[in-house]
Design a protein around this ligand. Structure first.
Ligand code: GLU
Length: 478
């Protein structure tokens, strides 16, 4: 059958199809499968804000997919394309994502139907605060019930407004700051949250490339060094993932796809320069040192080693999946590959590192931020100098022994400097994130390699995540 004749499932249908594929391989008690799959609730709010002399009505959503653990967690998206089905699909992915990386949350997601570029900062603040007010008064923003975070179209600035709005409404709540994550450092945020999702993509790839057997499944060998990468979407996630892969792992970014077309240069693109160009001019058009294609999506079909879709859902679908040449796709975005495209790619032998794992770095560091807010102390504050003092003892003793015994060892200044430094918050966050990404990968990998009926990482990830949600339900006696 011609694949293009098949109907493309919606994002939400895609998530359900992938879920169903996995549960068919499980032995869940009757009824539990449906209980886990369905979205528990979606609150829709329409509110008015007086702007430019007239009333403007906005529509927002907050979906709670699963409350098997509370608070529930998930970002708030600002985009004109936001709709209920999308928010519900994203909330479901949050449930599985949190379960997979062992962040102790249920899944939720919010969305506001708005094009943020149409409003100035002051207007956006009024709109965000009003939306936050509507959600907070129903406990849909709450440190122990529902903790939002950034997503597409939102960032630190919006999270600071939300946190402040909640604090104004709950003046005696000592844990008010834990009502939202992704805040700026000076408003209760944590070091490393902005780049966390991109960093997580890097750690995920590093873990994949540690295993020759896994690499072989994608027909790849060697290390990340020199691997050709194409990135679709150079927003917060795509930019950080590309930057770290180039600067720290030696990968070469040969293609970048943006709203207004794509850049391609087989010799490698300067990620920082492209990002600055986009920030300054609103797009990639006119960027020197690269070929520009107005029809950006065709660049996703170029030969490369790793394709990183890092923007919207559904960009790899029935219309282009057959032509995607990358042997390895890592889903930095949520839902970039539709269920139909997933079937085609799986048959072709393409290895897909699935969204619920690949982009879990964001929520993982959100978890650390929430813990930091609840404990009211920066990570490392108590231990750092003590750690340094103990390391100094070792160094002093080594140097004394070396002098006393006449061995004459000298420790290299570089080693001494590195060894003596106690870990600060950023280092601890990175260590916690790396550990999380490694452990979650291994849990998926085990199922991928050991279950004969599982031939892809996505199904493996669903199996692990659903298994964890199911055991939470069982522990509650449900
Ligand atoms: N919006 C991000 C995601 O899709 C982060 C969610 C969070 O930190 O709660 O995973």
């Amino acid at each position: 059958m011609n694949m293009s004749m098949k109907a493309e499932p919606s994002f939400r249908e895609s998530v359900d199809l992938m879920f169903n594929r996995a549960v068919a391989l499980m032995d869940l008690p009757p009824g539990l499968e449906e209980k886990i799959r369905v979205c528990n609730s979606t609150y829709t709010v329409r509110f008015g804000v007086r702007l430019r002399g007239q009333m403007h009505t906005f529509t927002g959503y907050r979906s709670v997919h699963s409350e098997h653990m509370e608070p529930v967690k998930g970002g708030i998206r600002f985009a004109s394309s936001v709709h209920q089905d999308e928010v519900e699909a994203l909330a479901a992915l949050m449930t599985y994502k949190c379960a997979l990386v062992e962040a102790p949350f249920g899944g939720s997601k919010g969305g506001l139907r708005i094009d943020p570029r149409q409003y100035d900062e002051h207007e956006l603040e009024q709109i965000t605060r009003r939306f936050a007010y509507e959600l907070a008064k129903r406990d849909l923003i709450h440190p122990s019930q529902n903790v939002p975070a950034p997503d597409m179209g939102t960032g630190e600035r919006e999270m600071a407004w939300i946190a402040d709005q909640y604090a104004r409404m709950n003046t005696t709540d000592i844990n008010a700051r834990a009502c939202v994550t992704g805040k700026p450092l000076n408003a209760g945020g944590i070091a490393g949250r902005v780049e966390a999702t991109g960093r997580g993509v890097q750690y995920a790839l590093r873990e994949f490339f540690r295993d020759p057997q896994d690499m072989a499944k994608a027909g790849l060998t060697g290390s990340l060094d020199g691997k050709r990468v194409i990135v679709q979407g150079l927003g917060n996630v795509g930019y950080h993932a590309a930057k770290f892969l180039v600067e720290e792992d030696g990968a070469v970014v040969i293609g970048i796809i943006e709203r207004d077309g794509a850049l391609f240069n087989p010799q490698g693109l300067d990620v920082e320069a492209v990002r600055n160009w986009i920030v300054g001019r609103g797009g990639v058009t006119g960027f020197p040192d690269a070929a520009h294609t107005a029809e950006g999506s065709v660049v996703m079909e170029e030969e490369c080693d790793i394709l990183i879709p890092a923007a919207l859902e559904g960009v790899i679908n029935l219309s282009n999946a057959e032509r995607i040449k990358a042997p390895l796709i890592i889903e930095a975005a949520n839902g970039p590959v539709t269920a139909g495209a997933d079937d085609i790619l799986r048959q072709k032998g393409t290895v897909i590192i699935p969204d619920m794992y690949a982009n879990a770095g964001g929520v993982t560091v959100s978890y650390f931020e929430w813990v930091k807010n609840l404990s009211h102390i920066r990570f490392g504050r108590m231990q750092r100098r003590q750690e340094e003092a103990r390391h100094q003892l070792v160094i002093d003793e080594l140097e004394r022994l070396s002098a006393d015994t006449g061995i004459g060892w000298t420790l290299s200044p570089n080693f001494k400097q590195k060894y003596l430094r106690g870990a600060d918050e950023l280092e601890l966050v990175r260590s916690g994130l790396d550990d999380t990404m490694r452990i979650a990968y291994q849990s998926m990998r085990e199922v991928w390699h050991e279950n004969d009926r599982v031939d892809d990482l996505r199904t493996a990830a669903y199996l692990v995540a659903i298994g964890k949600v199911a055991s939470s339900y069982r522990a509650k006696g449900l």
